[in-house]
Design a protein around this ligand. Structure first.
Ligand code: CMP
Length: 151
């Protein structure tokens, strides 16, 4: 298993509903390391770049509107196989179908208000990390529990 980085964003509905701490806490308890994090008021330009692959789809405009409606919390997470691990913790895109115990399954009701975004693969993770952060924003440090998470 490889040490990787991924991008995650706590969306406006979760920020407004007071779930920032709850969501970050799940990542911390799993042993995932936060290496960058910021609260961002997303403008249309950034939203369009982030969701560029969905341009032309019926949900593109509503999603851009949703993501620019109130601040989000953007972060870079690091850990072993972290891209797949965070996707698993996030749950499937539609909170109605997401398993209980996942972030979307536990807190969401509707695909258009699905609490969190997480990169879906290596290329996407690299694109999204570079879109939201610069290399100097990303901290290189060791957590004291790291030696207890792997051999
Ligand atoms: P996210 O994982 O951020 O990626 C695309 C986003 O578009 C998705 O979560 C939802 O917030 C939003 N969306 C709204 N409707 C749909 C849909 N029918 N299919 C996929 N994504 C949707």
């Amino acid at each position: 298993m490889q040490k990787e980085q991924t991008f995650a964003m706590i969306k406006p509905d979760a920020v407004q509903r007071g779930f920032i701490g709850e969501i970050i806490s799940r990542f911390e308890k799993k042993g995932i390391k936060i290496v960058a994090m910021k609260l961002v008021v997303v403008d249309r330009k950034l939203a369009e770049k982030h969701y560029a692959v969905h341009k032309g789809k019926p949900f593109f405009e509503p999603t851009v509107k949703y993501i620019t409606s109130s601040p989000v919390v953007a972060m870079v997470l690091e850990g072993l196989n972290v891209i797949e691990m965070v996707r698993g913790m996030t749950g499937t895109t539609d909170p109605q179908k997401a398993a209980m115990g996942t972030i979307r399954g536990d807190y969401g009701q509707f695909i258009g208000r699905n609490i969190i975004h997480a990169s879906d693969g290596k290329e996407t993770a690299s694109f999204e990390i570079n879109l939201w952060f610069t290399p100097k924003d990303i901290a290189d440090y060791r957590r004291i529990d790291e030696k207890w998470l792997t051999e």
